[in-house]
Design a protein around this ligand. Sequence first.
Ligand code: TYD
Length: 220
Amino acid sequence: MAERGQFITFEGGEGAGKTTQAKMLAEALENAGIETLLTREPGGTFGAESIRKLVLEGTQDRWTGMTELLLMYAARLDHVQKLIKPALDRGVWVISDRFSDSSTAYQGYARGLGADKVRAVHKVVMDGFEPDITILFDMDPIMAQKRVETRGELMSRFDTEDIAFHKKLRDAFLEIAKSEPDRVVTIDADETRSGVHTRILHAMTQKYPEFAGKLSRAAS
Ligand code: TYD
């Protein structure tokens, strides 16, 4: 049987460049000979992508915090059961652009539901399943807001929140990182694309020293 793959999550506020960096890491892992699957939340499977539409579209008051949380976890369970776990079991490494820390930060802290409620739901639904490593993209919320406004994409229900919301989010993610230093690596996202990528590769080689040689060759 193949050795189990590693589950890597990318987290942070809006506009921090996670998606681009997730692609770059997936490429670096592939170049290092590691089969990699890149996915995202909410979404990743057919069912979870349908829930994504429900949760991201519409007015800000479309859902209460708890309904939003349950929708996120319904999507997450489908994603984990149908895509993530089967891939890890085949030995594939999985990178998810957002995972459960986003629920803790957005619904738990920023929407004011309370981190304890999110943790309680997580425990019941996820049954001990956690990422092996989480890369947190930390960024000044004012910069983040500017990036979101200028990237020219359709704004989601979350992108239209005000600066206070983005500040709360940042504090929430930093709080999570502080409480789980073994899992979460915080990276300054207010840097060049290649600078951030280098920091991520560094974090990966610290965590997986056996791949250090291959990853640094893939980077050069
Ligand atoms: P997306 O466009 O993928 O945002 P980003 O590029 O910033 O990752 O939209 C996902 C949105 O969903 C984002 O605003 C964060 C939010 N979200 C939650 O509120 N809770 C969650 O559990 C997850 C996974 C995402």
